[in-house]
Design a protein around this ligand. Structure first.
Ligand SMILES: NC(=O)c1ccc[n+]([C@@H]2O[C@H](COP(=O)([O-])OP(=O)(O)OC[C@H]3O[C@@H](n4cnc5c(N)ncnc54)[C@H](O)[C@@H]3O)[C@@H](O)[C@H]2O)c1
Length: 242
């Protein structure tokens, strides 16, 4: 039975990924800064445990990987869904906020993948890692300097890790969601003007349900994707197609 670690599992896309992986029979470690919400998810999906951890902390990332190994005997899959988004004009954007966004989205993805890969190397069976980028890994909107640069970094991080980890049989791919109906995008989607702008850029004309992102993540962690590594896979309702 495969063992999967999902960060950001307490909400949105991470919750759907944890549900889907548990549903196909994986044993799942649900990790989140908000340990109570991760625990609710783990209790609901079954065959899962919850861990409260901050992905910006190396010790937190070691802790969630150790939880997988201690409780379930190993680690086969890691999905780095933890992320934050805050926008604002670059001319007066707060430096501490910029640093936190890069720390969570980019450094947190690196630490999650690095710590997971170490356990996979010890185990000797390879593994699959999925990072979560964004359409903003490729394109920007006004006021997205911090978020877009963090997500642009995630795109190249995924490629670099794919190259470094390939010799261990560990695949690394990055999913790039478009606008997805989660708490992260709730404020934008509740504003009629903002929603119309975002949907005007989305050929399918609607936000994704987080399950539609999770389905692609689950595929990338499956044997069906055994020759995929270093890929960036947009799941964006056609946004990046123009
Ligand atoms: N919702 C969208 O429209 C959208 C679009 C593109 C990309 N994404 C990306 O998808 C991922 C998931 O986003 P979501 O929409 O599900 O957001 P969300 O806000 O619903 O969930 C994010 C989760 O990450 C957790 N988290 C935040 N900081 C953390 C930290 N330091 N350590 C551990 N956990 C932490 C939060 O507690 C939360 O449970 C993020 O990387 C986000 O940037 C979302």
């Amino acid at each position: 039975m495969a063992v999967a670690l999902v960060t950001g599992a307490g909400s949105g896309i991470g919750t759907c990924v944890a549900e889907l992986l548990a549903g196909r029979g994986d044993q799942v470690v649900c990790a989140d800064l908000d340990g109570a919400r991760a625990a609710e998810v783990a209790d609901r999906i079954g065959n899962a445990i919850a861990v409260a951890a901050d992905v910006t902390e190396p010790a937190g990332c070691d802790f969630m990987v150790e939880a997988a190994v201690d409780r379930f005997g190993g680690l086969d899959t890691a999905v780095a869904c933890a992320g934050i988004e805050m926008g604002g004009d670059s001319i007066d954007f707060d430096l501490a906020t910029f640093r936190r966004i890069v720390d969570v989205n980019l450094t947190g993805s690196f630490l999650t993948a690095q710590r997971a890969a170490r356990a996979m190397v010890d185990q000797g069976n390879g593994g699959a890692i999925v990072l979560i980028g964004s359409i903003n890994s490729k394109v920007v909107l006004p006021g997205t300097a911090a978020y877009a640069s963090s997500k642009g970094g995630v795109l190249l991080l995924g490629q670099a890790l794919a190259v470094d980890f390939a010799r261990h049989g560990i695949r690394v791919n990055t999913v790039g969601p478009g606008v997805t109906d989660t708490p992260m995008s709730a404020v934008s989607l509740a504003d009629p003007g903002r929603r119309a702008k975002l949907m005007g850029r989305t050929p399918l004309g609607r936000p994704a349900h987080p399950r539609e992102i999770a389905e692609v993540v689950a595929f990338l962690t499956s044997d069906g994707a055994s020759f995929m590594t270093g890929a960036f896979v947009p799941v964006d309702g056609g946004w990046l197609a123009g």
